[in-house]
Every structure is written in C-alpha cells, then in structure tokens.
Design a binder for this molecule. Structure first.
Ligand code: PLP
Length: 477
C-alpha cells in the first residue's frame, strides 16, 4: 500500500475556500513559514480510500475469528457503543461532579457509576466496587495497595505476596510496584496450584496470594476455599485476578469463594472491545475487610440524590474522576441488556465453545492438561516443534486462513503453548472452520514443514523479524 505522501499530486485539494470577500490581513513575517508545509496534496476521495484501506490492513474481531487466550477478544455488541455515544454521557464535563453547586447537573452520570458499581459487586459477591482503575494491571496495583493499607492499619508486618507460576505477568509486576516481595508458587502437573506449595510458602510475612480462577491454564482451582482458609488463619488476604470472569459469571462469585479483593476487566468481559491499547477499565471489588480503604471520592446515594464521599481510610485517588467513565457506560449497557440470565448463558457458551474446540483438536495437538478446561483450552506444539514446526509457525499459518492466531508461548509453564479462547459469540461453523484449519496445518507440519516457515503469504506484511522490531524501535523506516 502506498503512503499518503506518495499519492500526493501538486495542487490537488479536498476542500476549497470561497474567494476572499474581506480585506486580506497578513501575519507578521516572523510567524510565517519560509517554505510551504510538506503536506500531502490529495482529493477527498483519495483521503477516504486511503484511510479505509489502511483500516482494512488490521485484523479485528469485527472482521474475523480472534481466539487469543487469556485476552478475551470477544465480540462486543454495538448497542453498548451506541449508548456510550449519547451526548448526555459523551459530552459531559467531568468537573460538574467535583463542584457541589453543579452536582445536580450530572445526577444521571453519578447514578450510572453507582449502579454499575453495585451490579459488579453483585456479579462478584463483593461488598463494594470502585470504577477508578483504568486497566486490569492498574486494578491489580490498586488491589495490592489496598492489601498493603489493610496490613499497615492493623500493624501487620507483612511484606510478601505469593503468586502462582501460571499467573499473568502483570500479577508479580503489580505486587512489586506496590512494594511487596514476590514469591512464586508452583503448579502441580494437572495445571492447578499445589496446596502443599502454598503451605510451604506461607509464613507470618505473607500479606496475600494473587490467584486467577479459572487460572491461565484455563482450569478452575478446586482448592480455592482451602487456600482462602489457610491465608485467613494468619490474616493474609486472597486476591482474585478477575480478567477471566467470562468463564464463571452467574455461576460462581469470587466473594463466595473466599476472595477478599479483586479486579474486573471491563474491556474483556463487559462490552468494551479489547486490544490495540485502547482505553480500558479495571474496577476493584472488595469484601468487608478492605472497604474502608477504597479509592475516593465515591458516589453515594442519600434520599434519591447522588453525592460524593471519601472512605475513612481511603488510599486516595488512583485515577482522575471516576476512571474511564464511558467504559463504565458500555459495561452498564451490556449488563442491563443481558441481565442475570444472559450473563450466565454467556459464560456457559464461552465454556462450551472452548470445550468443543478442545474435543476436536485433542487428537491432533498435545493437550497441555488432561481435562477440566473452562473458557479456554491449552495445547502444546512440542511434538510438532520436534519436526521443526513451532507454535509461532502454526500461529502465522492460521493468518493465511483469515483466522487470528491463538495466544502462543503463554502460559510460560507449557512448552510451545497454544492457548485458545474462542469466546461465547462464535458459531459452530466458525469453530469448525478454525479446527479444520488447525488440523490441516498439523498435516502440513508432517508432510511439508517448510511451507509453514514462510507463512503468512497473504497478509499485508509477511514474517516479521520480531527481535529486531523489539530492539530497534524505529517506526519511520
Ligand atoms: C489481560 C489480563 C490482565 C491485565 O489486564 P490489562 O487490562 O491488560 O492490564 C491480568 N490478568 C489476566 C489473567 C489477564 O488475562
């Protein structure tokens, strides 16, 4: 594809001004350019075609299947976008909420924050939720800071966070940024956390454990209640990484399972598209122990009027105003549109779809674990790698079928991992097309491995030098 500068022709214009009908006023020469700015000279149609074509170079859920495990690239209904675009939400000035005299003018927005926090609290079995954190990792950091505040308040000298080896990389990073020493806890061969490893790591200096459930092996942690009890015996806290809530909405609530604090990923689960670094939202939820430390100010409701209040021992603000407000609007629309039964069904279909893919592929690819997958399933391409075809080659080959690759090389505990999360909205036809492609690629890995090394052949760009891309960050060459 040509650059827009290459399409430029001298004198070509997208817009024309009428002839001047007022006296011309000239700018002081010091403010004028010596040379005209080097801008592309193009027609309106050139501009429209250029940017339309550019947008089509990208792969997105709206164009095709995108089974990126752990990332939940699910289709988000356009209804949520339409609601977030209402001028009453999108054109509201956030300072209306900070000034008591103007608070009457944004009661609807405050009500939405209040109701969305309540809905999320109900879904997760938490006492209170704060919408402030603006990403999953930011929610983790906020949660870790809440845990630190709790222990500080109680005079507990606890400075260590336990994190399973299967955890998302953001977990140890967030705990470390919050000032904790991070100790890794090993998984068992079946992919779940080892209870004896938790017992071994547990001592008086442990402030808490960060658990993902289902974990990033796609497996529900069956001993989560025992783990919660163990931690609570020494006043340590259990953190829930709720990025994978898509698997359990309406079926199990982290609060009921014994978790004290958690984050949600609204941009994976509740109606906001995820990916490409767009705005996100990672609300935190807390149980009774941590309520007093929540970020402030919070929306409260008294006699039908919405106001702001900061909890007694608040850790303060973690983001401006109420975080990414329009993401909360999308989440509210999504939750209200689906309702309780709809959210429950979404989870059921997410789990059903992952298990369908697992059942179709387990004879062709080596399952990372024997059974028990929830919303995503994990395979190892180690047998294919022995024949010279690595997980990366399989991922790139899928692109030539018009399908996005699954997550590869994560979780780190599985060699040559392929982590597939189909999500709930995909039809059996789409899942079959994906499985057929995966099976055909496995066949090629045996018969003609070299053909896979050059994939993709049909994309705007071929195989990239990823190491060079990471080390020489020059986007202009
Ligand atoms: C995506 C994800 C996160 C981090 O969320 P971000 O919004 O990308 O910061 C944390 N944990 C798990 C399990 C995830 O999948």
């Amino acid at each position: 594809m040509q650059l827009i500068f290459e399409k430029s022709r001298p004198g070509r214009r997208a817009a024309q001004f009428d002839a001047l009908d007022v006296p011309e006023a000239s700018l002081p020469p010091a403010l004028c350019r010596a040379e005209p700015a080097e801008l592309p000279e193009v027609s309106e149609l050139d501009v429209v075609r250029h940017f339309t074509q550019l947008s089509q170079q990208n792969f997105g859920v709206d164009s095709n299947f995108y089974p990126l495990g752990s990332c939940t690239m699910k289709y988000n209904p356009k209804l949520a976008e339409a609601v977030a675009a209402y001028p009453g939400f999108s054109e509201l000035h956030p300072h209306l909420s900070t000034c008591p005299a103007f608070r009457g003018l944004c009661q609807g927005a405050l009500e939405l924050v209040y109701e969305t926090e309540q809905a999320l609290a109900e879904i997760a079995g938490m006492r209170k939720v704060s919408l402030q954190p603006i990403a999953g990792a930011h929610g983790e950091l906020t949660g870790a800071l809440l845990m630190a505040a709790y222990h500080r308040d109680k005079g507990n000298a606890k400075d260590t966070m336990l994190v399973p080896d299967s955890a998302h990389g953001t977990n140890p990073a967030s705990a470390a940024i919050a000032g904790f020493k991070v100790v890794q806890v090993a998984s068992a061969a079946d992919g779940t956390i080892r209870l004896d490893a938790v017992k071994e790591a547990l001592n008086e200096s442990v402030a808490g454990l960060m658990l993902t459930c289902p974990n990033t092996h796609g497996l529900f942690e069956p001993r989560v209640r025992e783990i919660a009890d163990l931690l609570h015996e020494s006043d340590a806290l259990l953190y829930y990484d709720g990025a994978n809530l898509n698997a359990i909405m309406g079926h199990a609530r982290p609060g009921d399972l014994g978790f004290d604090v958690m984050h949600f990923n609204l941009h994976k689960t509740f109606g906001t598209p995820h990916g490409m670094g767009g705005p996100g939202s990672g609300p935190v939820g807390v149980g009774e122990r941590l309520e007093a430390f929540l970020p402030g100010p919070r929306v409260v409701c008294e006699g039908g009027r919405y106001d702001l209040e900061t909890p007694a021992k608040s850790i303060g603000k973690v983001a401006a105003f109420f975080g990414n407000f329009l993401i909360a609007v999308r989440a509210c629309a999504y939750i209200r549109h689906l309702g309780g039964p709809g959210l429950k069904e979404a989870s059921e279909n997410a789990v059903l779809n992952a298990n369908y893919v697992f059942a179709r592929l387990k004879g062709t690819y080596q399952p990372a674990f024997e059974s028990g997958f929830m919303h995503e399933c994990v395979f190892s391409a180690a047998p294919q790698a022995k024949a010279g075809v690595r997980a990366l080659d399989i991922a790139k080959a899928l692109l030539d079928y018009g399908l996005h690759a699954p997550t590869v090389y994560f979780p780190l505990t599985v060699r040559e991992s392929l982590m597939i999360e189909p999500t709930e909205t995909e039809s059996k036809d789409t899942l079959d097309a994906f499985c057929d492609a995966m099976i055909e690629i496995a066949g090629k890995a045996e018969s003609d491995p070299d053909s896979l090394h050059a994939a993709p052949r049909t994309m705007p760009v071929g195989r990239l030098d990823e190491v060079r891309a990471a080390r020489q960050l020059d986007c202009s060459c």
